[in-house]
Ligand binder design. Sequence first.
Ligand SMILES: [Zn+2]
Length: 370
Amino acid sequence: MQKTITLDDPQIFRDFDWLHDHGETAFNETKTTAYLAKRLDEMGVPYERFDGMTGLIATLGSGSPIIGMRTDIDALKQTYQGKEGVFHSCGHDSHMAIVLAVAQYYVKNPQELTGTLKLIFQPAEETVTGAEKVIKSGKLPHLNYLYGLHVCPESEVKAKQAEPIIPDAATRTYWVTIKGKTSHAGKPELGANVIDAFSELNEKFRRIKLETDLPYSVTSTMFHAGKSSNIIPDYGTFAVDLRARTNGLMDELQRQAFAAMDSVQQGDIQINLDGNDFSPAAIPSEKAINVMKTAITSVLGQAGLIEPVVTPGGDDFHFYAYDGIADETTMLGLGCNLNPGLHIPGMTFDRDSILDGARMMIEAVRLTTE
Ligand SMILES: [Zn+2]
């Protein structure tokens, strides 16, 4: 059933404007969190902050099912028009304005909410570390459903269109140290050259093959070694970037990358993992995708629903399903005439799409239990 969703448009744009003008980097979103708390106070919505961390979780309704909705709240430190600043060039300001609008709607229309709605204002998406901190905080109950959203560049999703899942790939980055043995450049046989070891390893990375038609990649992205032109270098560092469409393919890619690293460790060559970043691939849920499809067509009509567009991007939203705290999850990919692209300071999009996004997220909650 299609219904009219009445929103407080001026308030939504006031929220967006304030949040837009006060971008803060990962885990430094203190003013942003204070603003969100103030707005939830004004609406009479209870919320809980995290211990020693920015962000918060608001709760509406009660009982089951428990439906989660997550917005990221951080921005990026960048230089724009010659000035360094923190900018919402990833559109998280619009995501927050939308989730506040969802809160406002269900405060005014509580009879339309069945079960509990948990609104997660999550810090530090850009560093792919916020979601796991939220999960580990213990402040989130098990979620039967979880919805998220992201604005999409026009090259992927056009205005007045949306996709019912953002099919993010799994990404992993490893930072690695190679140790060898130094010697005079004229006596290479007495040393163990980390540049030789890295070259051999890089060749092995390039030869990694998975049995799949889906795209994947293993790419060395950094390498530093050597201080002197006549000395065999005994110390180097590198980074390798792994991408795969599914979490299963990522596990296999990682197994082969580790095997390659093991195979070059011989004699005086030692390889140590210093750190890694990980972002799981989207875990498609038919139930959640069907809810989102109906939400999209009810707001934008049949022409508004598009097939998901494959991107090489990642989002730590997928940790909620990957870590098992949320069962059925999906992210709405919102077209909004966004140009020239995400993470580019000065990017713009149609503000009215925020209202469409809010309506679709409100619909998704309602349709979950319809
Ligand atoms: Zn983002």
